[in-house]
Each structure stands twice: as structure tokens, then as C-alpha cells.
Design a protein around this ligand. Structure first.
Ligand code: MG
Length: 393
């Protein structure tokens, strides 16, 4: 039985984690829940899973949450704000923390969980992308396992089981190609938020769905793979695989290639992150290769999707540059979702911010350096957005 603290319980990763916990009550117990602002759903989750500690990020909503579960006995510990989320992350009874918080907001609670010795089921990319230089030494220091819950990194991690030290030569990340995979490049200038939110294969949150449409999601995953598996950027490649059946591959020193396959269902990587190193028997629909049909592959189009190259460049620069890239992207995507900039402004904005960044502590940044770089990049992206033409609504 594993005791789980779940951060971001009302989001896409959060609700799928709870589906798993509900389906396997003898394997997983939810001891902590933390959410942003969705009181109604959080209260419902508290009723169903009886966690011992609960936090809501938006402080003004605490009273509403209290009222919504006032009749429950025993009452969970109820907290709010960033401090509340951190307390759920380091809660003494949790064995593993699922980090389903989107964006850089997930970094500090994840660090708190690592410092408290919790294993991490990592569904928050930014932890490693922005925080990699600080997080990696902490993992060593506290003897903590970082178990990837992203489908691609889970695939690589699964393939790596049993591969000896030094056996890995190359990582091949598969990408669905996102919402605009088959749209000619000249049409990209006029796409709307609603268009960008239509992902062909995966059901995910809004931010990550936009990241899939720009392919920044894949660029960020390249950086994440670099930190997770210790591969240099020359040995991490992207291949477009529209069917999303192969979730990623590894090439070994002898040219043998291993892949992990499955339907596009986030529950599988989540389950493995939670059950590792064990395998739990499920009644989920098994992969049927004949029904899956043709599996095809093509080269990524860097002309159409400049975000991938921006991510490789930021990753190679190292230090705080990935944090700058990530923060500029978060800000740009938020502006796009607000219809304040156009789709093609997203990479333009990110490039401008990265170009303007003058790195300090490049090789060995401290957490404060990373946070400062993140704040700076958000501000800079906002400024840059005021210099691009406003979207046609
Ligand atoms: Mg992914």
C-alpha cells in the first residue's frame, strides 16, 4: 500500500490519478490533496477519498472549502496558499507525491517534497526544466526517486529497465504533431484559441495542449529528458508519429532500438510511476496492433515549429536559460489563451526574451537565481507582447 499526496488534484493529471486510486484501493491511499481554486471538485474529492491534509491555493476560497465539508468527521487538516501546498507536499504520512501542478508553480512544492524524502511521480515538467540544476543534486542528497509520469519519459524509463550503465546511446522522443499537424504553414497565422485546443490524440489541460500545437511541449520534453536520463542534447531526437501509439524509443550502443507502446491514455504512465517497480494487473483495453493500424513517422518541421530549436538552444545554454525559456513560454501561452497575441507570436515572444537574457551563474545557479530568472522572463515577455500587433478577435 502506497500513501499518496496529490498536488493539482482537480486538473487533468489529478483527476486521472484519483481514478487510479479509486480503482485500486488496496494499492493506493490518498493522504493529501492540494488544488488551485476549484472548491466544488476538491470538496467532492475530499468526501470520496478522506485525505488527512488538504490545501487550496487561493486563500479566499478556504472558508468556502471549510463550509463545503463541515459535516465530515474526522476533519482533515485544512490549509491554504503556497505554504499550504508545500505542507501537503511534505506531509509526514505520504510515501510518494504526484506533482500535477502546471507550470513553474510546481517547483517549490516539489523541492519541499524531495527535502522531506518523498519519492516523486513527476507530472510537472517545469520541476526539471527550470529547476534541473538545483533539483538533481537534491535527489542524490535525499535518496529520492524521480519517477516520470509524462508518457514519453515513462516510455523511456520503462525501456531502460534492465539496460546496463552506459548502454544507452540515443533517445527518440515521439511527438503527435499537435492540433496543426496537417495545416499548411501559411494558415498558422490565423488559427484561433479554439483551433489550438483541439488535440488530435490526447486529452490534457489547456496550457499543455497549446504547447503541443506549437511543439514547445516536445522541446520542453527534450530538456526534461536531458536532466532525467543524463543524455546530452546531440543524442536526443524528435520524430513525428501522428498515431501516438509508440510513446518513445531508446537506441542502445549496439543499435538495438526499444520502444514502449500503448493507447494514448495518461493513466498508464501514471500507474507505472505509482506502482514502480511493480506492475499492477489492470482490466484496461489492451493494445490491439491491428486496430491501431499503420504506424508512420516523419521528420519534425523546424520551419513551421521554431519552438523546438528554441528549446534545444536554451537547453544547450544551460544554467537559468531553460527557466527563462519556460517562463517566457508560460507567459506567451497565457497571453494567447487570453487572445492578446496571435499563435505565431508565441515563438517570436519567446525568442525575443531568450535573446535579451544576460545569464549570470550560468553553470551552477542557485534556486534564487532560477526564481529571479523566471520572474524576469515573465515580465520581459509581457513587455515584448505590447510591441507585437494585437490579435484580430
Ligand atoms: Mg508528453
Amino acid at each position: 500500500m502506497k500513501a499518496i499526496s496529490l498536488l493539482g488534484s482537480t486538473g487533468s493529471i489529478g483527476t486521472q490519478t484519483l481514478d487510479i486510486a479509486a480503482q485500486y484501493p488496496d494499492q493506493f491511499q490518498i493522504v493529501g490533496l492540494a488544488a488551485g481554486s476549484n472548491v466544488e471538485l476538491l470538496a467532492q474529492q475530499v468526501r470520496q477519498f478522506h485525505p488527512k491534509i488538504v490545501a487550496i491555493c487561493e486563500k479566499e476560497k478556504l472558508a468556502e472549502l471549510k463550509a463545503a465539508i463541515a459535516d465530515l468527521t474526522p476533519q482533515p487538516i485544512l490549509l491554504s496558499g503556497d505554504e499550504g501546498i508545500v505542507e501537503v507536499a511534505r506531509y509526514s504520512e505520504a510515501d510518494v507525491v504526484v506533482t500535477g501542478i502546471v507550470g513553474c508553480a510546481g517547483l517549490l512544492p516539489t523541492i519541499a517534497a524531495i527535502q522531506a524524502g518523498k519519492d516523486i511521480a513527476l507530472a510537472n515538467k517545469e520541476t526539471l526544466i527550470a529547476g534541473g540544476p538545483v533539483v538533481l543534486p537534491l535527489l542524490q542528497q535525499h535518496g529520492v526517486k524521480l519517477l516520470p509520469a509524462d508518457s514519453e519519459h515513462s516510455a523511456i524509463f520503462q525501456c531502460l529497465q534492465g539496460v546496463p550503465q552506459g548502454g544507452l546511446r540515443r533517445i527518440l522522443l515521439t511527438a503527435s504533431g499537435g492540433a496543426f499537424r496537417d495545416l499548411p504553414v501559411e494558415k498558422l497565422a490565423h488559427v484561433t484559441v479554439a483551433d489550438a485546443l483541439k488535440h488530435p490524440n490526447w486529452s490534457m489541460g489547456r496550457k499543455i495542449t497549446i504547447d503541443s500545437a506549437t511543439l514547445m511541449n516536445k522541446g520542453l520534453e527534450v530538456i526534461e529528458a536531458h536532466y532525467l536520463f543524463g543524455m546530452d542534447y546531440d543524442h536526443i531526437d524528435i520524430v513525428i508519429h501522428p498515431q501516438s501509439i509508440i510513446h518513445s524509443l531508446i537506441e542502445l550502443q549496439d543499435t538495438s532500438v526499444l520502444a514502449q507502446l500503448g493507447w494514448a491514455d495518461m493513466r498508464l504512465p501514471l500507474l507505472y510511476a505509482l506502482s514502480y517497480p511493480d506492475r499492477i494487473a489492470t482490466d484496461w483495453k489492451p493494445l490491439d496492433l491491428v486496430k491501431a493500424g499503420d504506424l508512420t513517422f516523419r521528420e519534425p518541421d523546424h520551419q513551421k515549429y521554431p519552438c523546438m530549436k528554441l528549446a534545444y538552444a536554451a537547453g544547450r545554454a544551460g544554467g537559468c536559460m531553460p527557466a527563462v525559456l519556460n517562463a517566457a513560454n508560460e507567459q506567451a501561452v497565457a497571453l494567447f489563451l487570453d487572445e492578446a497575441i496571435r499563435f505565431l507570436d508565441i515563438p517570436r515572444l519567446i525568442e525575443q526574451v531568450c535573446d535579451r537574457y544576460h545569464p549570470q551563474n550560468l553553470s551552477n545557479p542557485a534556486l534564487e537565481d532560477i526564481i529571479a530568472a523566471d520572474q524576469w522572463a515573465r515580465q520581459e515577455a509581457l513587455l515584448a507582447s505590447q510591441q507585437v500587433p494585437v490579435a484580430v478577435r
